[in-house]
Design a protein around this ligand. Structure first.
Ligand SMILES: [Zn+2]
Length: 361
């Protein structure tokens, strides 16, 4: 017998407690041994993830028609963009007219502009080049799906590159003034009182990119007239597409072309086809925090009355004693990454949590 102590944070212990509650093991030490055995023997267990939250598919109750109805149709000329109100249950369609044109997109919650599309979360969940079946998510603390990408005939959208900007063109090539996405977005968003600082990271439609040796790379594109992306709004949004101003890179094959924007009501079938989502208590707004007010004063000044109030601190550590028999000791010896962990207990914690996350995801 070998006595080993596995030190866990009380948050990690919650996972262990949940597994015990689900009858995966009678106690914490047994669960650790189970993780060790299954890891050593290559057993791949799939346990249903712990379900929290409630179904969030309120849009299925929308009174949607069987056929689409046109709400608005516009041509965005080269060098321009426009802000469109797209209600929940409506489809925003961005369509090639000549082909080969990249379009940058910003998306805000129409009723609270501080909730806006978070390209980082979207990239993490759907990859660097999201296509049909992806959602456009908002940033923490809200983290909701704002739109659903339901149609994508070209299949080249990008989350790697930021919008092009005036300074990019000046610093690279000395242009004193050049069409650029940041300024086009700012000018389009001005119709709703937003400022250049409100322009956020863009979702780049019809932009072919890839990662080579860790660096993002732009490829020439091959989109044809009629190629389109359709985004179904799940909440009321202000969507701002703009014709990318870049005519000196391959982004739009060295051209600036108009694109068509169409807004239509989605059909009942389209709304029913949106994959199910869940609503969580952790999808919050500033009203749920100690600082709910949006600043209007730009200069930052320290609050002398500030007292830190971080959740779940100080971090509480809990020792879990585990007895290993000879077989288990040999298993741990084989799994112990000594370059990373000097302590056997730390190595066993890695085994436990790697096993838990892999089997309960
Ligand atoms: Zn651009």
């Amino acid at each position: 017998m070998s006595h080993i102590t596995v030190r866990l944070t009380d948050q990690q212990l919650e996972l262990v407690t949940a597994s015990i509650g689900a009858d995966e093991a009678p106690d914490a030490a047994s669960l650790v041994r189970l993780a060790l055995t299954e890891t050593a023997e290559g057993v791949v267990r799939r346990v249903h993830p712990r379900r929290t939250g409630t179904p969030w598919r309120w849009w299925v109750d929308l009174d949607a028609p069987d056929e689409r109805t046109l709400v608005e149709e516009t041509v965005l000329e080269a060098g321009t963009g426009k802000a469109f109100e797209v209600s929940a249950g409506q489809v925003l369609r961005v369509e090639q007219i000549t082909g080969d044109q990249c379009v940058d997109l910003n998306v805000f919650n129409l009723h609270d502009y501080r909730e806006f599309m978070h390209v980082g979360r979207t990239r993490t969940l759907h990859g660097t080049n999201p296509s049909t079946g992806s959602f456009l998510w908002s940033a923490p603390p809200r983290e909701r799906a704002l739109m659903y990408l339901q149609t994508d005939t070209a299949g080249i959208n990008d989350t790697l590159f930021p919008r092009c900007s005036a300074n990019m063109y000046e610093s690279m090539h000395g242009f004193p003034e050049h069409t650029n996405c940041a300024d086009i977005q700012a000018e389009a968003q001005r119709e709703y009182g937003l400022t250049p600082d409100d322009v956020h990271d863009s979702f780049n439609l019809f932009m072919a990119t890839r990662v080579v040796d860790g660096m993002p790379e732009i490829l020439r594109q091959s989109t044809a007239p009629g190629d389109h992306v359709e985004l179904l709004a799940l909440v009321d949004v202000l969507a701002v597409p703009n014709v990318c101003g870049n005519d000196i890179m391959g982004t739009s094959n060295f051209s600036l072309n108009p694109v068509r924007v169409v807004i239509e009501t989605a059909t009942a079938q389209e709304i029913a086809a949106v994959p199910p989502l869940r609503a969580y208590a952790t999808q919050r707004t500033p009203a749920d925090f100690r600082q709910p007010t949006i600043r209007t004063e730009r200069r930052l000044a320290k609050n002398p009355d500030y007292a830190p109030a971080f959740a779940r601190t100080p971090v509480n550590l809990v020792d879990v004693p585990v007895e290993l028999d000879e077989t288990d000791v040999l298993r741990l010896k084989a799994l112990h990454d000594r370059d990373r962990y000097a302590d056997e207990g730390d190595a066993l914690r890695d085994v436990l949590l790697s096993w838990w996350v892999a089997s309960h995801g």
